[in-house]
Every structure is written in C-alpha cells, then in structure tokens.
Design a protein around this ligand. Sequence first.
Ligand code: KG4
Ligand code: ZN
Length: 352
Amino acid sequence: MDYINSVKKQFDKIQNKENVLILSVESSCDETSVAIVKNGREVLSNVIASQIDIHRRFGGVVPEVASRNHIMAITNVCKEAVKIANIDLKEIDAIAVTYGAGLMGALLVGVNFAKALAYSLQKPLIAVSHVHGHIAANYISHEFLEPPFICLMVSGGHTALLKIEDYNRMTSLGTTVDDAAGEAFDKVARVLGLPYPGGPEIDKLAQTGENSIKFTVSNSLKNTLNFSFSGIKTEVVNLVHNLNQKNEKINKADIARSFEECATDELASKAIKACIMCNTKKLVVAGGVGANSMLKEKLQKLCTENNIEFFSPVLKYCTDNAAMIGSCAYFMIKDGLGLADLSLTAKPNVEL
Ligand code: KG4
Ligand code: ZN
C-alpha cells in the first residue's frame, strides 16, 4: 500500500483513539524545536535550540543563516526530545510540522525533516499553521481552557483580534493595517541601541523609566478593532534622530516606558472591546509579545474590572516552540483536519 493510503487509515483511527502521542517540529524563524505532546495538553518534552546568540550580532534574523543552523541542529534536537520523553519512535501516532507562516528557507528544513520522518515511520503527517499553534499554547498552560474565547494574537509577524469559536473555527475581528506589534517593539529597541530580540529588552528597560513622553496611535482606527503601529514606531525613530542631531541626552528608559505604555494601552483596550462586543467572558493572549509584562498586567486588570477571565501561556510557550504545534495538531486530528501528503511544502504567508 502506498504511503498516503496507509496513513489515511491510521489518521481515521487516531481520531477516536484514547491516547494520542504527537511528535511536532517547529522551524519557522530562529528556534529549532521538536516536542512530544500527549493528548494536546501534556508536554512530555519540548527541546528548543535557539539561534538568538547567532543572529544578535547582525541585529536581527538573517534568513540564510537561520536555515543553515536549523539543518545543523534539527537531528540532535529531535533525538533529545525523544530521549527526554522516554518513548520509542514506534509509539508516535503522528508527526506534526509548522508549514507556514515564516521564513521560507527556515520552514523548509522542518517540513522536509517531518516528511522524511513521517515516511520512514509510515505515520500521518499533519500540517499546522504557526499562528494557530500560538493560540494552542494556551491549551497546554490551562488544562481546562476550551473555546469559545477572544484571542489577542501578538507576535513578530502577526497582530490580530480573533474570535475563536471552536478549536478549528475562528473569525478575524481586526488586524494590524501595517506593522505587527512585535515588529514595532523590535524596531524601537533597535533605534535605542538595544540588542536583538528587542521586545524583552524594552520590557526590562521600561520598568526603570517614566511615562513622560506623549506618543500616539492612529486616531482613524479608533472605532475599529484594527491596529496600526507604524506611526508610533516612526514617532520614536524621529524623536531619537532629533535628539541625536541636537546632541541632547536620550533617556532610553523613558522612551521605552512611554512607547510600551502607548502600544499596550492600544492592544489591551481593543482586546477588551472585542470581548464586550462579542459578549465573550474569556480573553486569551498568544504570541511572543504576549510575554510582555505590562501588556499582561493591563489585560489582567481590565479583565477583572469587566468580569472576564484572562489566560496567557506560561512564558516558555509564549515564544516559538514545537509543543504548541503538537497541541494544535491534536485538536486538528480530532476534527479530521490537517492530514498532508508528501507534496507538502512551506508557505511564507498563511491566511489567519
Ligand atoms: O511569537 P514569536 O516568538 O515569533 C513570531 O511568530 O513572530 O514572537 C517574537 C516577537 C518578537 O518581536 C519579540 O521581540 C517579541 O515577540 N517579544 C516581546 C517580549 N518577548 C518577545 N515583546 C515584548 N515584550 C516581551 N517580553
Ligand atoms: Zn511565533
């Protein structure tokens, strides 16, 4: 029997299987990660080889360098994940992989590795969207969390408010019309001379600064659930350039604090507005910027005031990791979705 027919039968069977063990692979940007996840919520292992130190000297991710390092790391990361989970590869029910969105060359390493593994083990291959994975990170961190809920998706590549109707059904309530929130954090950090990745650096520095500078977000989007971060980013860049030209002192901590206050006010207030509009009592944050301490504080405060339950992933599942991909794949399998054949390829852009 050929590969796809053999795995289709297994795929149908695992939909109703009591315990489902998934090996998942993530390589969309600068983290090479493999995880073993049981029943979508229990992480047996989640190994991440981060390339942050390699890309730091360039001030951002260099795509070709990222893919080369994924190739060098992926086999050992996988071996380590299997070893920590203390399982035999034969016990795995399916292989899941991020096929997009992300850097083409980086994604291809994970996709081809997962295809080879799926073929050699004769196991179903599940194609997972990176953004959907970020949402699923919350199912790992919160054992009893179930849809429906509103999700504030904030990463380096995406910023959106989503109505999660079911595990595999969602509608977009609003998105960024220009930059993603993470992009703005990274750009502001860069202009302040902070190392890559900028988000966590702004988070730290802002804690020592004053909210003394008035930055603004676009007024034209005030009555929508859309976001714009390019304006505030440009305001910061212009301010720093002006101060530099006049040889005046740059108070980096105050700039970081004022920028962060402005950006997180916008994100938090619109997230709550979405919950109120949809009459939803659960708000979930997902993606790397979801690790931001001020954003989480504001979301928690506004949720408490409005009688909404607030959920955020444990820090290590906020940024890129394979466990969230394994979790997402589990809920896809249960709905009969995601089975890919060996023609699966990487996609730099994927619809929300
Ligand atoms: O979700 P993620 O790891 O990768 C993408 O899918 O893009 O998000 C990375 C983004 C980067 O822009 C990074 O600066 C930002 O998340 N980030 C943060 C924090 N930790 C990571 N931004 C603000 N505060 C943080 N603590
Ligand atoms: Zn991500």
